[in-house]
Design a protein around this ligand. Structure first.
Ligand code: SAM
Length: 287
């Protein structure tokens, strides 16, 4: 068979499966068999992959604690003419995984870096989310503690494009509660769990309903998951806002409790519902 790694001295950034082994591409298999060395996030995880495909390349670890030091080593091996591969435990390297410093060092040294695309949880989740995908922002993992997490969510609550988050199963309940608080219970969202695996689950609903579902069913707090959230509705043009929003709020507040009125106007206008609620309460106090 013709060698794929003909250009010696290249770094191949190879995607591996996120669950289903059949997602490993034929090109990835061939390159992993041909390269002189592999840099892997966890050498034991990579051994399982090599057993599956029947190869045994020399492997070195590459993780966030040794990445800078490894970058120098990778560059000098590539400059000596070796072909090397970079893989992570699952999915596409560098996507919430190590490798960026190594790739940057290769570019700085004029070394060619070759992508070998494949599975990636962000893209897989987006592709089944049923939410707009023309513009999206990958937010990776939110802060683990609620205070900084809410701060981050407040800062992105009005972004109009779809938001994608990675989250660990033991934090999903708390994160959904913060999402409801900061982005509103009515915001459309999709949970994509255990993609390409036996218990794959994709549910599209609203943040409020998803929060209740995950709280009720402990199975939804297992495995790996991606959260996709629709962007905020575009706020209307500024001049129109100041004229219409207070009127709308005042009319609705005559018919509904203030919180409900504020939530509906927030959904229609793109304003923060807490700001609207505050303005409603303060205008009532002033009467
Ligand atoms: N590099 C990987 C990629 O290309 O998707 C991501 C690595 S990141 C450390 C691991 C996170 O990816 C998990 O916490 C989860 O949010 C997401 N993830 C990975 N595999 C998944 C799967 N099969 N189903 C759903 N989410 C997954």
């Amino acid at each position: 068979m013709k060698r794929l790694s003909e250009i010696h001295g290249s770094l191949y950034v190879i995607a591996t499966p996120i669950g289903n082994f059949a997602d490993l591409s034929a090109r990835a298999v061939q390159l992993l068999k041909e390269v002189e060395g592999v840099y892997a996030e966890d050498t034991r995880t990579s051994q399982a992959l090599f057993r599956e495909i029947g190869c045994n390349p020399p492997v070195q670890s590459l993780h966030e604690h040794n990445e800078l030091e490894r970058a120098k080593q990778v560059v000098s091996r590539l400059q000596a003419g070796e072909s090397l591969a970079l893989i992570s435990d699952a999915g596409t390297p560098l996507i919430s995984d190590p490798g960026y410093r190594v790739v940057a060092a290769c570019h700085d040294a004029g070394i060619s870096v070759v992508p070998v695309p494949g599975a990636c949880a962000v893209v897989a989740a987006l592709s089944v989310s049923g939410l707009p995908t023309d513009h999206f922002c990958f937010e990776g993992f939110l802060p683990a503690r609620s205070g900084p997490r809410q701060k981050r969510l407040d800062s992105i609550a009005k972004w109009p494009h779809t938001l994608v988050f990675y989250e660990s199963p033991h934090r999903i309940e708390a994160t959904l509660a913060d999402l409801v608080l900061c982005l509103g219970a009515d915001r459309p969202a999709t949970i994509a769990r255990e993609l390409t695996k036996r218990f794959e689950t994709v549910r599209r609903s609203t943040l409020g309903e998803l929060a209740a579902w995950v709280a009720e069913d402990s199975n939804q707090r297992r495995g790996e998951l991606v959260l996709v959230v629709q962007g905020a509705k575009e706020a209307p043009i500024e001049g129109a806002l100041t004229l219409e929003v207070p009127d709308l709020l005042a009319v609705l507040a005559k018919e509904l409790p203030p919180k409900r009125a504020a939530a509906i106007v927030a959904q229609l206008s793109g304003h923060d519902k807490r700001d609207l609620y505050k303005s409603l309460v303060s205008s009532k106090d002033a009467e």
